[in-house]
Ligand binder design. Structure first.
Ligand code: GLU
Length: 429
């Protein structure tokens, strides 16, 4: 008899260290094993609930028709409506969106907010689209995923290269179809149309909170602690500004044009003003130019990768000198790098905890929309603080109890919570 031909799944053929879905799965498997997860629930949690692939025809300003590809993945909705951002980027793939949707599932569970996980993406270069092309693209994409959207079913938010304006168009398109205004269908909206105070800064603020907790935990002085931040967008710039205000020294920042280093500290307000006026950090005069790769290897106390996936890999992990890494981005560290950092004793605050401030205030926004009653920024920030500190402490305790690092502890805690709901709900047959 001829031996059966081995079928290699496409994810196996890809360079595995950089495949985000595999990166997520490797961590998931480690945690599931430690939890002795029962095989049935294990199978359910390894599989996305729903994956939509849509084509998005858009009439361009020059009169030509372009067709874009869009995705929306609902990874798991056992704990509540699916929640997660939408990104517009040339590198969007179904694998990436699926991994990010799974990460949202674990993230919502780590901070214990009643949402499942989702993510969406459109393959496009938003920097080359006019404002009206971007609007038509957003509306047509929204129309194509209308069946899954809804305050009770799937609630998008901003992510890479999407913002409050994009959320406003999504909310309007959805509301036009429903024939009435539905604010709670998206979060991260402009405040004037139902957004929450503090939402824009929430991810960066959450990063600031966990960094301070980590410094305390390691008994390192806050004042003068040296910080390097990769990515000076919505997450990185806010985290840098807040940590500077707390007395830490931000010695390096970067964006996609490269980085700046100044051992005396970079005045983050000046950097924000520069970016506001010039769009990118390039040319910012108050420091030495460095590359994004060099930034990751600087001698600092705290490293905040707040840009893209897969920037800390097995190749550069041995050179990382930071004592603490706070993952502002989703998936900045590969699974192979995890091991190396672990052996070096780096205190890694994993993405599903470190950057959960954004979705936490998204939850507050959704609650406020449904109540029709709005909270002050002080109340939002205080409640965010409560959630972040409590979650940090919880993950830390869990890691000590089970003798695992913070990432494995966060995954275990999250998977345990999602699995418990699956067991209680049972299987509808
Ligand atoms: N895109 C953000 C994240 O990755 C926020 C998601 C949300 O607020 O729903 O966590």
């Amino acid at each position: 008899m001829k031996p059966a031909r081995k079928i290699v799944p496409p994810t196996e053929a890809a360079p595995s260290e950089e495949n985000p879905f595999e990166a997520m799965m490797q961590r998931f498997d480690q945690a599931a094993e430690r939890l002795s997860l029962d095989p049935g629930v294990y199978k359910i949690l390894r599989t996305p609930e729903k994956q939509l692939i849509t084509s998005i025809p858009v009439m361009m300003d020059n009169g030509e028709l372009e067709v874009f590809r869009g995705y929306r993945v609902l990874y798991n909705t056992s704990r509540g409506p699916a929640k997660g951002g939408i990104r517009f980027d040339l590198n969007v793939t179904l694998d990436e969106v699926t991994a990010l949707a799974a990460w949202m599932t674990w993230k919502c569970a780590v901070v214990n907010i009643p949402f499942g996980g989702a993510k969406g993406g459109v393959v496009c270069d938003p920097f080359r689209l006019s404002q009206s092309e971007l609007e038509r693209l957003t509306r047509r994409y929204t129309a194509s995923i209308l069946d899954v959207l809804g305050p009770e079913s799937d609630v998008p938010a901003p992510d890479l290269n999407t913002n409050e304006q994009v959320m406003a168009w999504i909310m309007d398109t959805y509301s036009m179809h429903k024939r009435h205004t539905v604010t709670a269908v998206v979060t991260g909206k402009p405040i004037i149309m139902g957004g929450s105070a503090g939402r824009r800064e929430a991810t960066g603020r959450g990063v600031q909170m966990v960094v301070k907790q980590a410094l305390r935990e390691l008994k390192l002085p806050l004042h003068g602690a040296r910080v390097a931040v990769q990515g000076f967008g919505n997450v990185g710039s806010v985290a840098a500004r807040l940590l500077e205000a707390d007395g830490l020294t931000v010695v390096a920042i970067s964006d996609k044009t490269g980085g700046v280093y100044n051992s005396q500290g970079i005045y983050t307000d000046a950097a924000s003003r520069w970016v506001h006026e010039n769009r990118f950090l390039e040319g910012f005069p108050h420091g030495e130019r460095i590359t994004n790769e060099q930034l990751l290897e600087l001698e600092v106390d705290v490293l905040i990768p707040a840009a893209l996936e897969n920037v800390i890999t097995r190749r550069n992990a041995p050179n990382v000198q930071a004592r603490i890494i706070a993952e502002g981005a989703n998936g900045p560290t590969t699974a192979l790098a995890d091991k190396i950092l672990d052996e070096k004793g780096v205190f890694v605050i994993p993405d599903i905890l470190a950057n959960a401030g954004g979705v936490t205030v998204s939850y507050f926004e959704w609650v406020q929309n449904r109540e029709g009653y709005f909270w002050s920024e002080e109340v939002v920030n205080q409640r965010l603080r409560d959630v972040m500190i409590q979650s940090f402490e919880h993950v830390l305790q869990y890691s000590r109890q089970h003798n695992v690092n913070l990432r494995t502890a966060a995954y275990m805690l999250a998977i345990d919570r999602v699995a418990a709901v699956h067991r209680l709900r049972g299987i509808y047959a």
